[in-house]
Design a protein around this ligand. Structure first.
Ligand code: CA
Length: 411
């Protein structure tokens, strides 16, 4: 059946009788794109049995979808892919502004009693909670104003972006409505489905959001104590090591043997100290814990020894740029001065296509690269270090266009 606007209206009328009268309000925004409006309605109709099985009432279901349609903004944003990876330095600098630091200190005062409670209950560093709050929603000022039910439905029905994943998240969003934590139209967030001031996906909300202020609702949209408690609970349940820091800026000894990184990464901190790695502020490194050396701009840039809590933060957002920004912003709010290490004057980074090419080449050469995804992770860095050492380069695991060129030319 061709998808003309009149067909859509006819179809809507038919589906309206299935879904309840509220759905009649659904079509108008979709008229500009009849095929999508059709997909949207078909999807919502087919969703009901699954929702019912998940314990969602008809009342909750109808209220959730009342008056909604495809969100063209989501369609448009879902179709774009950033071509270039920003350098870590550019990302970090943009998030360590004087404003964010000053505001973090003000929020530390304003919400002190709840941060005290969160530290006591979950053991999580208040400055890391503040830094995540800052990066996720600018302390609640920019949580995103997309209607989450509409966004997730659009993503699941009408884009090529992992429809099953977004359908499952949509069911979880309905569960949140079912439990009356928030009203359907109060459930706002990012176009990609992340909720409120903490930007949890609905599945994360169900696992990690807490009602810190005890009013009976887990309200990460309007209640700052719940925001603070939910971030803390999330980190605690991702193996936060209570009382410890995320990492330290370090300096490497002159003539540091970069090939030692692969052998020592994830090993006990004492082994790094023996190699001459030391904190830039001259204070001693912790005596216990596993540590990883992170060189975000290669051998010539700043160096960090990271610990378990770096990985806990990284579960919030897998990118090293994000994780390092959270750690460094937490440090600045805490009162630790700026980095002592210098970023290279002309820092370069590879784009996704180049990193994909690098991963493929390393795999072809027999290195253990499991995922070829255009993002540089620990496995790719370790493989690159091994190859760099063999090729007589500084084995810092930092890919530059020159390194890629040489790698590509390797038989
Ligand atoms: Ca609450």
């Amino acid at each position: 059946m061709p998808c003309t606007p009149s067909n859509v209206i006819a179809r809507t009328m038919r589906l309206g009788s299935v879904l309840g009268l509220v759905i009649l309000g659904l079509t108008l925004p979709g008229l500009a794109s009849p095929a999508r409006a059709d997909s949207y309605l078909t999807f919502v109709t087919a969703l009901w049995p699954r929702a019912e099985k998940a314990g969602i009432s008809r009342e909750t279901f109808d209220a959730a979808f009342a008056g909604l349609g495809v969100d063209p903004k989501v369609i448009s944003l879902a179709g774009t892919q950033p071509e270039f990876n920003q350098t870590i330095r550019a990302y970090v600098d943009a998030r360590l502004s004087a404003d964010r630091i000053a505001q973090g200190r003000a929020m530390a005062q304003r919400w002190k009693s709840w941060l005290d409670k969160a530290e006591e209950r979950y053991g999580v560093d208040r400055y890391v909670i503040l830094a995540i709050w800052s990066l996720e929603s600018n302390y609640g000022a920019s949580p995103g104003n997309s209607d989450i039910i509409r966004s997730l439905t659009t993503l699941a029905c009408c884009t090529a972006k992992r429809p099953d994943l977004f359908r499952d998240e949509l069911i979880d969003a309905l569960k949140i409505l079912q439990e009356h934590d928030i009203t359907p139209r109060g459930m706002t967030g990012s176009w990609a489905g992340a909720l409120g001031q903490v930007q949890f996906m609905p599945s994360s909300f169900l696992k990690y959001a807490v009602d810190m202020d005890g009013d009976g609702k887990r309200d990460i949209w309007n209640e700052e104590p719940d925001v603070i408690g939910s971030i803390a609970n999330y980190l605690k349940l991702h193996d936060w090591d209570a009382g410890k820091r995320w990492g330290y800026e370090v300096k490497l000894p002159a003539k540091f043997d970069f090939t030692a990184i692969n052998a020592h990464d994830g090993g006990l901190v004492g082994a790094w100290a023996k190699l001459g790695v030391a904190r830039v502020d001259g204070k001693p490194l912790p005596e216990t814990g596993k540590a990883w050396l992170f060189l975000p701009a290669g051998a010539k840039g700043p160096a960090f020894l990271t610990f378990q809590n770096y990985w806990a933060i990284k579960t919030y957002n897998i990118s090293d740029s994000y994780t390092l920004s959270v750690g460094l912003l937490a440090d600045r709010i805490r009162g630790i001065p700026s980095l002592q290490g210098r970023w290279p004057a002309q820092e370069t980074t590879l784009n996704r296509a180049q990193i994909t090419a690098m991963q493929k080449k390393l795999k072809t050469l027999g290195y253990p690269i499991e995922t070829i995804d255009g993002k540089i992770g620990p496995a790719a860095r370790a493989a690159l270090r091994t190859w760099q050492a063999k090729a007589g380069l500084v084995a810092d695991g930092y890919p530059t266009p020159a390194v890629l060129q040489k790698l590509s030319a390797t038989p």
